[in-house]
Design a protein around this ligand. Structure first.
Ligand code: FAD
Length: 419
């Protein structure tokens, strides 16, 4: 398979781009693998890559029911940050940030990681105190954070209505400058290509419809392309976790599926070179490299497996966007879509062995699984290869819900739609 380099670009430019090879093979499923990963989203693909790269386990299949990028990895608003308060989250998301910082080089694929910063706006002195506490905790853990004054914010994001029409005046903010964005589908394609190069079989249009058992133990999967046996079966299906785990007889998990919508405006001239979040409501916005404003808000608030949302959230998000940037009120909305979110009861993920022998589970990504993609795969691969969690993902075990050791970043309690 071709190495992407300046020379290969030059060579292909001269011969009409005829020599590019497919980025990954289209193999038929084999009867057995050491590891089968269900779900060809970001987390499934990164898990396969790190299994092969870090643990030398390349006899692996990733089974995807649709095409690569058809799930949330290709539907998110691409924001990446590690600005957390709680130590378990700080360790995990900062590990992810460090992997992001060298990911394009590691995968030999430009994932367009852009450290343009993420600014959280505070709209009351109490909220600013809260942000200062989080920023101090971050710096204490070696993560960058800066408190910004209202004047600094006015200069940093000139298009922002700093008073929000007089209703929600900005009093300050917290910025993580190493935060930013990446091109979401490039992340899927980059991991797929790099895993394939190490021998992993990526099998698209292959839906898992059941599990093979030997007494209590999971020993493989039934799929629309036949039965596949496996030494280990890993589930990384994000919003479909409830449905897939039910096939294995596990019908109670601390996960709810909800729809989250994303929005993109028509392309406009360079307008804003950071990510901004609105603290008095829920809105996050950045500008894509093509010029569209990319933004989103709350989940729709009801349980669903539909990949489309409803008008009340569209109105809610648009009104927040117009309050924030009155200069954009006449810009047209180009596209919107929805993705199924696996909302956990404490807002934190699950990366664990079990819950059945021979099985491994990765889910509970809520609003934030894109930024977790590298660390999630890295930790899940470790957990699968060694049959025990790495210290970084040990707190994200399933039994924390039985033991009452929740990782509730926002302190909201067991209300998934509030995390
Ligand atoms: C609108 C929106 C905006 C978001 N914005 C952000 C953001 O800005 N920052 C951030 O960090 N996170 C964000 N997220 C969250 C993030 O996208 C997800 O948490 C993350 O992508 C989930 O992991 P994944 O990539 O593995 O999921 P997916 O890409 O959904 O992968 C799961 C895969 O499993 C497959 N599957 C399901 N059932 C089966 C089966 N039976 N057999 C085989 N395959 C199956 C699905 O087809 C799917 O491809 C956003 C999500 C949405 C929807």
């Amino acid at each position: 398979m071709a190495e992407y380099s300046f020379l290969s670009l030059l060579k292909n430019a001269w011969n009409g781009n005829r020599d590019w090879k497919p980025a990954w093979r289209k193999p038929d499923p084999r009867p057995a693998y050491d590891v089968v990963i269900i779900g060809g989203g970001g987390h499934g693909l990164s898990t396969a890559y790190y299994l092969a790269k870090e643990h030398g386990i390349a006899n692996v299949a990733v089974l995807e029911k649709g095409y690569l990028g058809s799930g949330n990895i290709g539907r998110n608003t691409t924001m990446i940050r590690s600005n957390y308060l709680l130590p378990a989250n700080q360790r995990f998301y900062e590990h992810s940030m460090k992997l992001w910082e060298s990911l394009s080089h590691d995968l030999n694929y430009n994932v367009m990681f852009s450290q343009r910063g993420c600014l959280n706006l505070a709209h009351s002195p109490a909220q600013l105190d809260d942000f200062a506490r989080r920023g101090n905790a971050m710096r204490h853990a070696g993560i960058d954070a800066e408190l910004m004054s209202r004047e600094q914010i006015r200069r940093f994001v000139p298009a922002l209505d700093i008073d929000f029409g007089g209703r929600f005046p900005v009093v300050g903010g917290l910025i993580q400058r190493r935060a930013g964005t990446a091109r979401h589908d490039a992340v899927a394609w980059g991991y797929a290509r790099a895993a394939d190069r190490r021998g992993v079989d990526i099998i698209e249009n292959c839906e898992v419809t059941g599990f093979l058992r030997d007494a209590d133990r999971i020993v493989g999967v039934a799929t629309t392309r036949g039965e596949i046996r496996a030494g280990k079966v890993a589930v990384a299906v994000a919003g479909s976790t409830g449905r897939v785990m039910k096939l294995a007889g596990v019908d109670r998990l601390p996960i709810e599926s909800h729809v989250l919508q994303a929005f993109v405006s028509e392309g406009i001239k360079p307008f804003m070179d950071t990510v901004v979040t609105f603290g008095a409501g829920h809105l996050y916005v950045t500008q894509s490299d093509k010029g569209g404003m990319v933004f989103g808000g709350d989940i729709d608030g009801y349980n669903t497996y539909a990949q489309r949302g409803n008008l009340p959230i569209v109105e809610d998000v648009m009104s927040e966007m117009c309050a924030m940037f009155p200069g954009l009120t006449r810009v047209r909305l180009l596209r919107s879509w929805g993705g199924i979110m696996d909302m956990s009861m404490d807002g934190s993920p699950i990366i664990t062995t079990g819950p059945l022998p021979g099985m491994y589970l990765n889910c509970g990504w809520c609003y934030g699984g894109f930024k977790a993609t590298p660390a999630s795969g890295w930790c899940f691969a470790w957990t699968i290869a060694r049959d025990e969690p790495h210290p970084i993902n040990a707190p994200f075990a399933l039994d924390r819900f039985h033991r009452g050791i929740l990782i509730d970043e926002k302190g909201q309690g067991a209300t998934p739609k509030l995390h």
